[in-house]
Design a protein around this ligand. Structure first.
Ligand SMILES: NC(=O)c1ccc[n+]([C@@H]2O[C@H](COP(=O)([O-])OP(=O)(O)OC[C@H]3O[C@@H](n4cnc5c(N)ncnc54)[C@H](O)[C@@H]3O)[C@@H](O)[C@H]2O)c1
Length: 318
C-alpha cells in the first residue's frame, strides 16, 4: 500500500526530457513520487542518475516496467520516448489501470495545455502534452483569442541542437502536425502552422518562440497586450524563466491596403507578434534548455492536478 500523501509515477524514456522530468519529481514536495525510471539503454545517463538517486530502474522498456514489483503501485506513466515508441508502449498499458501522460507528439489522447484547459480531460486515460513549442505558444494564441478572432496563427520555435535528443529529431514532422493542430483545438485559431528550428550555435541559444496571430477586423490592441501579459504571468507560475523578450507588436492592414495570404486572399485586420524567451531551471541540462522545462513543468502541473482529482474521486462517498 502507498501512503495517502504519495502518488507513485513511472517515467519511460531516460533521455533529455525524461531525465529533466525525473529531477523535477524528485525535487517536488509531492504528491508525485518516483516509482520507476524505464529505459532501453542500460548505459544511459538518465538510468545511471536514477540508480544513484535510489529510484528503481529497468533497462528493458515497457515490458521491464510491467514485470517490476513496483508496478503494482504506479498510478501514472509519463512517456518521454518518441511518438512511435509511445504508441507501442500505450498498446501494452491500455489493459492496465494505469494512466498515461504523453510528452511525445504522438497525440493518442486529447491535448492538455495547463493554463488553457487543465480541467477539461482529467479522466482521460491517455492525455497528451503537445510539444515544447505548443506549451510555449498555445497560451499566447488563446490570450489573443480572448480579445479577437484569430483567423491564422503561425509559430516558430528555436531550440539549441544540444537539447534535442534522438527522440526529438525523429519527431520533427509530428512536432509540426501536433503543434499546429493544438494551436487550433486549444488555442482557438481557425488555421495554424508551426515551424521548429534546431540551432547549432555554440554557446547554445536559449529557447525562443515567435508567435504571429492575424486578428480579423478592428482589434483592441491595448486589450490584446494586457491579455497576453496576463497569460505570460500565468505560465511563469510554473516556468519562472518564461518571458516576453520585447513588448507585443501590432501591425494594421486596412481594406484599402490589405495583407495578401496565398491560401485565403486579402486580409484586413491586425498582425500581432509576440517574441518569447524561455530560460530553463537547469534541473538537468543548463539553463539554455528552457524547451525541456516548458514541457516537463507543464507535465508535472498536469499530473499533480490529476492526482488531486483521482484522490477526490476515490474518496467521494458512494
Ligand atoms: N527535447 C525537447 O526539447 C523536447 C521537448 C518537448 C517534447 N519532446 C519530445 O520528447 C520525446 C523525447 O525527446 P528527447 O529530446 O528527450 O529525446 P532523447 O532521445 O534524449 O530521449 C528519448 C529516450 O527514450 C529512450 N527510448 C526510446 N525508445 C524507448 C522505448 N521503447 N522504451 C523505453 N525507452 C525508450 C531512449 O533510449 C532515450 O533515452 C520526443 O518525442 C520529443 O519530441 C522533446
Amino acid at each position: 500500500m502507498t501512503s495517502h500523501h504519495h502518488w507513485p509515477v513511472a517515467i519511460v524514456g531516460s533521455g533529455n526530457i525524461g531525465t529533466d522530468l525525473m529531477m523535477k519529481v524528485l525535487r517536488s514536495d509531492g504528491p508525485l513520487t518516483m516509482g520507476a525510471m524505464v529505459g532501453i539503454d542500460a548505459d544511459s545517463d538518465g538510468l545511471a542518475r536514477a540508480k544513484r538517486m535510489g529510484v528503481p530502474t529497468t533497462a528493458t522498456g515497457i515490458d521491464g516496467l510491467l514485470a517490476m514489483p513496483e508496478f503494482a503501485d504506479i498510478k501514472l506513466v509519463f512517456d518521454a520516448t518518441s511518438a512511435s515508441a509511445h504508441r507501442a508502449n500505450w498498446a501494452k498499458l491500455v489493459g492496465t489501470d494505469v494512466r498515461a501522460l504523453d510528452l511525445t507528439p504522438a497525440a493518442v489522447g486529447p491535448y492538455c495545455v495547463p493554463v488553457v484547459n487543465l480541467d477539461d480531460h482529467l479522466d482521460a486515460p491517455n492525455l497528451n502534452m503537445v510539444t515544447c513549442g505548443g506549451q510555449a505558444t498555445v497560451p499566447i494564441v488563446a490570450a489573443v483569442g480572448q480579445v479577437g478572432f484569430v483567423s491564422y496563427a503561425e509559430i516558430v520555435s528555436s531550440i539549441a541542437s544540444k537539447s534535442a535528443g534522438p527522440g526529438t529529431r525523429a519527431n520533427i514532422d509530428e512536432f509540426t502536425e501536433t503543434t499546429s493542430a493544438a494551436l487550433c483545438a486549444v488555442g482557438g485559431a481557425a488555421r495554424a502552422r508551426a515551424v521548429m528550428i534546431l540551432n547549432p550555435a555554440d554557446p547554445p541559444i536559449m529557447m525562443r518562440n515567435t508567435v504571429y496571430c492575424l486578428v480579423d477586423g478592428d482589434a483592441d490592441h491595448d486589450a490584446i497586450e494586457q491579455s497576453v501579459e496576463e497569460m505570460v504571468g500565468r505560465v511563469r507560475a510554473y516556468v519562472p524563466g518564461y518571458r516576453l523578450k520585447q513588448r507585443v507588436q501590432f501591425e494594421t492592414f486596412t481594406a484599402e491596403s490589405p495583407l495578401f495570404i496565398p491560401e485565403t486572399g486579402k486580409f484586413a485586420g491586425t498582425r500581432v507578434t509576440a517574441l518569447l524567451e524561455v530560460t530553463g531551471a537547469a534541473d538537468y541540462l543548463p539553463a539554455f534548455a528552457g524547451n525541456l522545462d516548458i514541457m516537463t513543468a507543464a507535465a508535472i502541473t498536469t499530473a499533480e492536478r490529476i492526482a488531486l482529482h483521482a484522490k477526490r474521486t476515490a474518496g467521494a462517498p458512494a
